[in-house]
Design a protein around this ligand. Structure first.
Ligand code: ATR
Length: 262
């Protein structure tokens, strides 16, 4: 019988994880079955338990359960602890293990674009869960300074205060979105502005060499402004594929090449 995997969320219909994982399996010659599981908002724990009781090998977790998954794991990786959220689950020695592959997915996507992270100054716009999940892997990949700009300054300041404890080998700084200025190697839009169709206006005083939008398949005023400045840009499909590849490699011990799926 093929190995069983699933992605759990609510809603779940939109998830592209099954098609991605089946493509990785085909490329690597593995026999897997990857399905979607809709969990009731109050039924996440039951769904996870029954999936693994029935012999499931691994699960991805998506909105709105990533923080709940984090609280339910007996064993967490360092990057999941720092992210405060889990998107990858498996059972080992009878214990639920959790990891967060979103940040490594972003790092791999940036590398696949041939943009360097070594010794870089980065600007991340947004201070929600998406930002929290990527800071540590970006620093591990060589970022030397990360400025977090947010509409609500207090939220960025809280995030920096939380992360400073565990992220010691890079400078972290919080600023208000209205105070954006300076020169950056890469600016990353981790706000949900594009998802909700809101404009995000960048001031002329802000300079950057590359622009990465975490959302994909949506109109993005952020990317429009970057394109008008003729800097290289990318939307977030590479990050989506990258986090899926990282989960696949945790479960199956083989890591497909991201560039084969872009
Ligand atoms: P996620 O888990 O995807 O990060 P989130 O925790 O809801 O989602 O965070 C959304 C982020 O997008 C926040 O940083 C939010 O700014 P606030 O903290 O000020 O709310 C940001 N955001 C959403 N819409 C925005 C907009 N129109 N302009 C600027 N920032 C926006």
């Amino acid at each position: 019988m093929s190995k069983q995997f699933a992605v759990i969320g609510n809603p779940i219909e939109q998830s592209r994880s099954p098609e991605l994982h089946h493509a990785f399996a085909e490329k690597t010659g593995l026999d897997i079955q990857y399905s979607k599981r809709l969990a009731p908002l109050d039924g996440f724990q039951n769904s996870v338990e029954s999936f693994f009781r029935e012999g499931g090998m691994g699960m991805n977790v998506t909105v709105p359960f990533k923080e709940q998954a984090y609280t339910q794991c007996a064993v967490l990786t360092e990057r999941a602890k720092i992210a405060g959220a889990v998107n990858t689950l498996w059972m080992q020695d009878g214990q639920l293990h959790g990891d967060n592959t979103d940040g490594q997915g972003l790092v791999d996507a940036i590398h696949a674009l041939d943009w360097s992270l070594e010794q870089t100054d980065l600007l991340i716009i947004g201070a929600g869960g998406a930002t929290r999940g990527v800071i540590y892997p970006l620093v591990q990949a060589g970022a030397k300074k990360i400025v977090i700009a947010n509409r609500t300054l207090a939220r960025a300041e809280q995030l920096v205060a939380d992360l400073k404890v565990s992220v010691t080998n890079a400078e972290l700084e919080a600023i208000a979105l209205t105070d954006l200025s300076g020169q950056f190697d890469i600016v990353i839009n981790a706000t949900s502005a594009s998802l909700s169709g809101d404009a995000l206006i960048l001031p002329d005083s802000l300079q950057f060499n590359h622009a990465y939008e975490m959302a994909y398949g949506k109109p993005s005023t952020f990317l429009d402004q970057a394109k008008a400045r003729h800097v290289p840009t990318s939307e977030g499909f590479g990050m989506l594929v990258g986090q899926a590849i990282e989960s696949f490699s945790i479960w199956n011990g083989v890591k497909p090449n991201l560039k084969d799926f872009l």
